[in-house]
Design a protein around this ligand. Structure first.
Ligand code: SF4
Length: 276
């Protein structure tokens, strides 16, 4: 478990690492893949099981995901030492529902979540078709009753992602349903789904080669969420909004992370109720 700069959570927890690209354009500049390469092969991590886990999932020559996933054993035990309530992002360094994640890893992770009811766990995936693996383990009650502290969501970058991934998410009996529109790469009409969503996150792309997130795309989601009374968290405009990219700047942005181009329009950073 580690501290994080991700604004909507307190911690990231990576008991499994590794992934492969999906058909979504959101995978093109995968931040986790670049960081995993540095953690595994770039000397960012000291020798040890965590560095080995990253090495196991990144091809050293290309620096890309090799399609495998690995259990990051130290993270499992680290969770049990975290006492104060936190909002924890599970698997920021891969996709927890990747088909190469072994079932017996999942059962251990679910056990960890049950042992820590003081935390809120947030699982984002681009593979909601695999959500049923979470319900295989015998339960006494319904899934949401057994895991009230596990919120599940999908990451969507455009309308095709949204239409493909939000419906299976909504069919799954999670305690809360979330959609992260990050990196947002096109206009999205989420209104058919908003009445069943508990939280929406919006953010631009970061890192080398970041693509622009247009203001009108953000404004549409903000207005639609307001109308549907869905809490929305605006994360940031992304790397594209570095001042050197404004030529000329459409308006003065004293703090790009909290303002729309209209300086009078504050961007919300809301959370659902019952959050840790
Ligand atoms: S699903 Fe997520 S972690 Fe996996 S390649 Fe795509 S963006 Fe990266």
């Amino acid at each position: 478990m580690s501290d994080t700069k991700i604004e909507w959570c307190d911690k990231t927890w990576n008991p499994v690492v590794g992934c492969s690209h999906t058909e979504s354009p959101g995978c093109q500049n995968c931040y986790a893949e670049k960081l995993a390469r540095r953690l595994g092969w770039g000397g960012l991590r000291k020798e040890g099981p965590t560095r080995d886990a990253y090495r196991a999932v990144i091809d050293k020559t290309t620096g890309k995901w090799n399609g495998k996933c690995d259990l990051n054993e130290p993270a499992i035990y680290a969770l049990l030492h975290w006492r104060k309530p936190k909002r924890i992002f599970i698997s920021s360094m891969g996709d927890f529902l990747h088909p190469r994640v072994a079932y017996h890893w999942i059962t251990r992770i679910l056990a960890g979540i049950r042992c820590c009811p003081q935390h809120t766990f947030i699982l984002l995936t681009k593979r909601p078709e695999n959500l049923s693996v979470l319900t295989r383990w015998p339960r006494e009650f319904g899934f949401a009753e057994e895991y009230p502290n596990l919120w599940i969501g999908v990451s969507c970058s455009n309308q095709a992602d949204a239409d493909r991934w939000i419906p299976p998410l909504l069919e799954f009996p999670a305690a809360k349903h979330i959609v992260s529109f990050e990196p947002l790469l096109g206009e999205i009409d989420a209104t058919p789904y908003l009445d069943r969503l508990n939280w929406v996150i919006v953010g631009g792309e970061t890192g080398m080669g970041a693509r622009r997130m247009w203001e009108s795309w953000v404004a549409k989601i903000m207005v639609d969420c307001r109308k549907a009374r869905v809490p929305v968290f605006f994360k940031h405009w992304g790397t594209w909004y570095h001042p050197k990219n404004w030529s000329p700047p459409p308006v003065f942005l004293p703090s790009p992370s909290v303002f729309l181009p209209s300086p009078s329009t504050y961007m919300p950073r809301e959370f659902p109720k019952d959050s840790a």
